[in-house]
Design a protein around this ligand. Structure first.
Ligand SMILES: [Zn+2]
Length: 307
């Protein structure tokens, strides 16, 4: 069994964009409750996230953007940071905790306290661009974590795999001119955010999925494109932007992945990590808006990480 950390902070659940908003505090709670009810939590190393420092966030975001979030953070009520993204009195703290979770995960993996980590934190991150709040995201958590592995721990090459149903425009924006960071991503297309889907760089692997398709296209992409590219890239750590909104039950996406597909893909990534980078994986939650399907997918993902 592979030593795996579960990183969480209940204050991430204080960030609340309103009862009708799909990116709800109940999401991370559903994952945690599932791990407790199945007994899986007893086999994980549970850790409380701490806040990222500003210097960590500034590695991927512009200083004027970070300062603006500090400045507009409301004491009461909600303010609109983007058409879909609202900032309340607890959003600032939750955003720094979500970014800090990945720092803790990278440090733990590099110090060999554990080999893999799953961060059940929110707000999610992969739509956040260096200077833009977008699609429920404030800080690009996976990029903050990847930069920590590179800048603090001296890794030369890493890879980010993003299987959320929405394309990781923010992550691509940050790494399209950085061949040291390979990005492999599957996403429904055409679909939100409808940008960066035609980027042509050999280290950015885009796998668009048509509406109502199942997992087969991504399984083929893994075997024929992603795994050979990862093997050639030789990453020293693999990051996963783990979104569970390609699940067939998800209300936002129109893709028909089943729970076992998350197990299959995670197991394939874990085998690649074992071959390429001493099994090192840091996974951070992105989307997933059907609470039961989210808990199912996250449970399958974590079981495959731990195997
Ligand atoms: Zn998504």
């Amino acid at each position: 069994m592979t030593k795996t950390a579960f990183i969480y902070h209940e204050h991430c659940e204080l960030h609340d964009m309103g009862e009708e908003h799909p990116e709800s505090p109940l999401r991370t709670k559903a994952i945690r409750d599932r791990l407790i009810s199945t007994g899986l939590m007893n086999e994980l190393i549970p850790l409380e996230a701490y806040q990222a420092k500003k210097e960590h966030v500034l590695r991927v975001h512009h200083s004027n953007y970070v300062e603006q979030l500090d400045r507009i953070s409301p004491r009461h009520g909600l303010i609109q940071a983007d058409p879909d993204t609202l900032m309340g009195p607890h959003t600032w703290e939750a955003s720094y905790l979500a970014a800090g979770a990945g720092i803790l995960a990278v440090d733990g993996v590099m110090n060999k306290a554990f080999n893999r980590a799953f961060c059940a934190v929110r707000p999610p991150g992969h739509h956040a661009e260096p200077n833009v709040t977008m699609g429920f995201c404030f800080f690009n958590n996976i990029a903050v974590a990847a930069e920590h592995a590179i800048k603090h721990h001296g890794l030369k090459k890493v890879a980010i795999i993003d299987f959320d149903v929405h394309q990781c425009n923010g992550t691509i924006e940050m790494y399209e001119n950085r061949p040291d960071v390979m990005v492999c991503t599957s996403f429904q297309h055409p679909f939100y955010p409808n940008s960066h889907w035609a980027v042509e760089h050999p280290h950015i692997l885009l796998t668009p999925m048509v509406a109502f398709s199942d997992f087969r296209d991504v399984r083929i992409a893994w075997e024929e494109q992603w795994l050979p590219a990862l093997t050639a890239h030789q990453p020293e750590m693999i990051f996963i932007s783990a979104g569970f909104d390609a699940h067939t039950k998800d209300p936002l996406g129109q893709i028909n992945w089943q729970t076992e597909d998350y197990f299959w893909l995670t197991q394939a990534i874990a085998e690649a990590a074992d071959q390429l980078c001493h099994g090192r994986i840091v996974s951070i939650l992105e989307g997933g808006y059907h609470l039961e399907a989210l808990a199912d997918g996250a449970e399958a993902h974590i079981r495959a990480l731990m195997a």
